[in-house]
Design a protein around this ligand. Structure first.
Ligand code: C2O
Ligand code: CU
Ligand code: CU
Length: 550
């Protein structure tokens, strides 16, 4: 089906294909910088799932026929006393998880989804730094799951209810009882009230399900949404705001010919779990190939990779420079010019795009060589385009000497006899084993993540924001035989777009990735895990305890 553009397509430079599928052998030949650059691409070492007979071929759909949806801003229903300061009243929101149908494309039948209210992504929660709020997360989902549960996975045994949810606010500095602990799930008809004090800098956070053993299915079904924290420092920068600030949640799915979600299975009916799931249908705010009408001026795009496992490499079809101004936990110290923005699952990028040279044109946002969405640039702009500030928020480096402890933590994949992964582990221990990471409140630690696998794993810590120190390749085979880390290359500093406050870091294969963080805010039980949800669900997640100083 030919693609019809609503407007003249001004793009002349078509970018070359630069997909890379790295095989294990090629990978092991790389080292140092080259390996780091390659590893930023995804290593689909397990291969894509075979297409099924009734799978929708997304390339057959007309592109840019649906406007980009912008999730509505959630409104509080009342005010209630703060659990920590009873004289203070906090806004109280009710966010209800429901099953509903929604069209992801003009030419597809409505898709059954799970979301909040009637939308997925759910309504965006918006607040200011230190303005606390209460959210009652209400489970009004049906009693049966519509995606394939693997009952052989820990926490999803047959005696567990099929539909269980618990919402986590990713990137929040929240007390442990409000953090959405994976075992604190509740069933349809129940709810949980969470207190988010928001004592943190302006940033784009997001909420999503975190239920043990079925998290990947609940998020795939649609249980996710955005949460924006603002503050005075950011206000003073006078960045594009209001209708010039666009939230973009991007994720991939697989649909059948009826427009229904299909979550792939292994073929073993007793163990349907798949080590990775990649869809060919890439949704932006829940639509396939949407378009957005913009004015010829600067826009701020708040991009979240909400995919289960896909890494995105976003660029504009005219190769125009994008300016990255922020990362997971807020503003960078200065804008970073980029042609391609790479995001692992759960990572965020705060971007400025200037459309002022594109009056009357359209430009396409792409992932590698594939079209994702179209911007249609109008002729006139009502707002003024100010210069982008050259200095943003200072990010003072945490000195390595501040760390009282360094933990060496391995990322491990356990394969069966035919090299199919059966589980993924952190430090060779399972979820249910005793806690081994117990940082002291207000102490600084370095976590050295040794990735012994062939995949890049986005590692996320709850509660904290951290800085990336460096990545360095090491001899994995020697590590397995001797238990010693033998470095093979030089230490590579974080990329400019990662050199800010992070809560998720790409741990590249065959590399030691070092992060440094101060465990601030609360004592209690939290988790850290790989944010490839298929891995997280199958043991690549561990609890940690922040303990009081003695
Ligand atoms: Cu985005 Cu533990 O999660
Ligand atoms: Cu989180
Ligand atoms: Cu992983």
């Amino acid at each position: 089906m030919p693609v019809v553009f609503a407007k003249r397509f001004c793009d002349s430079t078509v970018r070359g294909a630069y997909f890379l599928s790295i095989t294990r052998r090629i990978f092991l030949r790389q080292s140092g910088l080259a390996a780091a650059a390659l590893a930023a691409r995804q290593n689909m070492s397990h291969g894509p799932a075979p297409k099924f007979r009734t799978q929708l071929d997304v390339s057959s759909l007309a592109q840019f026929v649906d406007p980009l949806p912008i999730p509505e801003i959630a409104q509080p229903s009342e005010h209630r006393a703060s659990p920590t300061e009873p004289t203070v009243k906090l806004p109280y929101y009710r966010m209800t998880m429901r099953q509903f149908e929604s069209k992801v494309h003009r030419d597809l039948k409505p898709t059954r989804l799970w979301g909040f209210g009637n939308s997925s992504p759910g309504p965006t929660l918006e607040t200011r730094s230190r303005q606390g709020l209460l959210v009652e997360w209400v489970n009004e989902l049906p009693n049966n799951h519509f995606l394939p549960i693997d009952h052989s996975i820990h926490g999803a045994e047959v005696d567990k209810p099929e539909v269980r949810t618990v919402i986590h606010l990713h990137g929040a500095k929240a007390p442990p009882q409000s953090d959405g602990y994976p075992e604190s799930w509740y069933v349809p008809g129940k709810s949980a009230i969470c207190h988010y004090p928001n004592g943190q800098d302006a940033a784009l956070l997001w909420y999503h399900d975190h239920a043990l053993g079925i998290n990947r299915l609940n998020v795939f079904a649609g249980l996710l949404g955005l949460f924006i924290v603002r503050d005075e420092f950011e206000d003073a920068l006078d960045l594009p705001r209001g209708k010039y600030e666009i939230p973009l949640a991007i994720y991939d799915r697989i649909f059948d010919l009826d427009g229904q979600l299909n979550y792939p299975v292994s073929g073993d009916a007793k163990k349907p779990w798949m080590p990775e799931v990649f869809g060919d249908a890439i949704l932006m705010n829940g639509k396939l190939f949407p378009y957005l009408e913009v004015e010829p001026r600067k826009y701020r795009l708040r991009v979240l990779n909400a995919a289960n496992g896909r890494f995105f490499h976003l660029s504009l079809s005219n190769s125009q420079t994008l300016y990255q101004i922020g990362t997971d936990q807020g503003l960078l110290s200065a804008p970073v010019p980029l042609e391609t923005v790479s995001l692992a699952p759960a990572e965020r990028a705060d971007l400025i795009i200037d459309f002022s040279a594109l009056r009357g044109c359209s430009v396409i946002l792409k992932n590698d060589t594939l079209n994702i969405m179209q911007f249609r640039v109008g002729q006139t702009s009502s707002g003024e385009t100010r210069a982008l500030p050259q200095r943003l928020r200072p990010v003072p480096k945490i000195p390595e000497s501040a760390a009282v402890k360094t933990r060496t933590l391995s990322l491990v994949e356990i394969d069966d006899l035919v090299q199919r992964p059966v589980t993924m582990l952190l430090n060779n221990v399972h979820w249910s084993m005793p806690v081994t990471e117990n940082p002291v409140l207000d102490s600084t630690e370095i976590w050295s993540l040794l990735n012994t696998t062939d995949d890049a794993h986005p590692i996320h810590l709850h509660l904290v924001r951290f800085q990336i120190l460096d990545r360095r390749s090491f001899d994995v085979a020697a590590y397995w035989t001797t238990g010693q880390v033998k470095y093979m290359g030089t230490a590579v500093p974080p990329e400019p777009g990662e050199a800010g406050w992070k809560d998720t870091v790409r741990a590249d294969p065959g590399m030691v990735t070092r992060i440094i963080t101060r465990f601030e805010g609360f004592t209690g039980r939290y988790v850290w895990h790989c944010h490839i949800l298929e891995h997280e669900d199958n043991e690549m997640m561990r609890p940690f305890d922040v303990v009081p100083a003695r």
